[in-house]
Design a protein around this ligand. Structure first.
Ligand code: 5AD
Ligand code: SF4
Length: 484
């Protein structure tokens, strides 16, 4: 599944940067919590609201409509909603002309009625598969308080509705290709909040990406909770998997880079691995969560793969594409996890050697099978394990970054940096890289020599000409992902 692990992304910042200046009479502020899918959804909500005259703003206090696009994956993320609603209560009472507050996303889906009970400042509750109905819900809320709740699973209707108002979001943009999850990992709320796995049609995805390419998007990240479970129909009614879809996207003029997230090990089929091996526009970076290294814990988690299955899969992927950099997700302190089990998680991480990875303390989520399991692990023990795992993963990440110093990588420049004359771009491995370069290079790929590593990015110098309009691609010999 897809989670950026950025506990709160202020999507409105990007939105207003791309904003419109049509002098709209109404304003909207969106606060986005959680995953990239939520960031994408927030952007689509803005697209849907623009025709109604809404203009995005950075400051909630000045907004006529405030949308909190929530995350339910861990308790902390869900509780954040209630503290933000508490603060908004005062803001709303002081706002001249009134303010409409909408709670969207997975908390709305999972506990919409509870949200209403806990906070009477909320006017609209809308789930992640119904937000295309926001315009009607806004009208409903204006007519009668307490009436505007929609948590139906209208996924296909939603995709159709958002296609019409789609705007491009810069050099790199997200495209949802799949939603929902049928895997039912024992700890996870996603199958309940996002619903069953649904794939968008290949035709609709390709049309959206062609439109984005025409508007200057050079990199697309295909999103799905189980993105590699995507299935669709290719020409002649042939069944396509994600690999075929990526090859078709690679054939679109103007698209230079393709990424996808998040993949499940069980859906990493040969077609996709072959596409990774052969399609140079597919970036050599793969987020492949494993969650734990002990077979006993993996079974209790209902992951339906063993540690050895995962390691074999990694080997196969590396054989197909030697320069692939790996990322993953881990949970520590799942019910019943012993010290010995946890040691196996550390051993697995050592065996893989991640370029980046995310790790979390197990959070007991109401309604999930794991919440009812005995032998819940104490919080202090989870803290200890998390610290140990994070220090290993940080060392691996640092080693990976250090291994790139002195190498030349193709950088897709996306936006100006904080310092004058500086641009920020991305390496093929999804790292940010700062370099001095003219603003005209935004939207181009240029070779840059990595000169150093900062806490959150790489520093580099542009060492060659930008390739504008060329399918500039990564060359495997330029850099190799480190391995243990
Ligand atoms: N507790 C902790 N982490 C969780 N994740 C999903 N559910 C939980 C939970 N209940 C993590 C998994 C997943 C990532 C997006 O969030 O690692 O891959
Ligand atoms: Fe990912 Fe498992 Fe949650 Fe599905 S149930 S979204 S596979 S963690």
């Amino acid at each position: 599944m897809s989670d950026t692990k950025t506990p709160m992304v202020k999507a409105d910042r990007r939105l207003s940067a791309s904003g419109d200046a049509n002098g709209a009479a109404r304003t909207v502020h969106i606060r986005t919590y959680g995953c990239q899918m939520n960031v994408y959804d927030s952007e689509r909500m803005i697209d849907l609201l623009r025709p109604l005259g809404y203009r995005p703003v950075d400051d909630a206090a000045t907004a006529d409509l405030v949308i909190l696009n929530t995350c339910h994956i861990r308790e902390k993320a869900a509780e954040k909603l209630y503290s933000d609603l508490g603060r908004l209560c005062e803001t709303k009472s002081e706002k001249v002309g009134g303010m409409t507050i909408a709670v969207a996303g997975c908390v709305a889906q999972a506990e919409g009625e509870l949200v209403r009970k806990r906070s009477d400042v909320v006017d609209i509750i809308v789930g992640p598969q119904a937000y295309h109905r926001l315009p009607e819900l806004i009208a409903k809320a204006a007519r009668q308080k307490g009436d505007a709740l929609d948590t139906t699973f209208a996924v296909e209707e939603k995709f159709d509705a958002i296609a019409g108002s789609r705007r491009a979001g810069g050099v790199s943009d997200f495209v949802t290709v799949q939603e929902g999850c049928d895997k039912f990992c024992a700890f996870c709320v996603v199958p309940y909040t996002r619903g069953a796995e649904v794939s968008r049609s290949a035709a609709a995805i390709l049309e959206e990406i062609r439109l984005l390419a025409d508007r200057g998007v050079r990199e697309v990240t295909l999103l799905g909770q189980n993105v590699n479970a995507w299935r669709g129909e290719g020409p002649g009614g042939r069944e396509w998997g994600l690999g075929e879809l990526c090859r078709a996207i690679a054939a679109i003029d103007g698209i230079w880079r393709i990424r996808f997230t998040t993949s499940h090990p069980r859906d990493m089929d040969d077609g996709l691995i072959a596409a990774l091996a052969e399609e140079a526009k597919l970036m050599p970076y793969l987020h492949l969560p494993v969650q734990a290294g002990s077979d006993k814990v993996l079974a209790a988690m209902n992951r339906r793969h063993t540690a050895a299955d995962y390691l074999q899969l990694i080997e196969k992927i590396r054989t197909a594409r030697a320069d692939i950099a790996l990322s993953g997700d881990f949970i520590v302190g799942f019910p019943g996890e012993t010290d010995e089990d946890f040691e196996q998680t550390l051993a697995l991480a050592r065996a893989v050697g991640y370029a980046s990875a995310f790790s979390f303390k197990y959070s007991r989520r109401p309604g999930t099978p794991a919440a009812a399991l005995p032998k819940q692990v104490s919080d202090s023990e989870k803290d200890r394990r998390l610290e140990a795992l994070q220090s290993l993963l940080k060392a691996q990440r640092d080693a990976f970054c250090d291994s790139l110093v002195g190498k030349t990588l193709p950088i897709l420049f996306e936006r100006p940096g904080r310092r004058a004359g500086q641009l920020i771009g991305r390496t093929p491995y999804l790292q940010s890289l700062h370099a001095c370069a003219p603003a005209s290079m935004i939207g181009s790929i240029a070779p840059a020599r990595v000169s150093g590593v900062t806490p959150n990015a790489l520093a580099g110098e542009v060492v060659g000409r930008a390739a504008r309009g060329l399918p500039a691609v990564f060359k495997a010999e330029d850099a190799e992902a480190p391995r243990e």
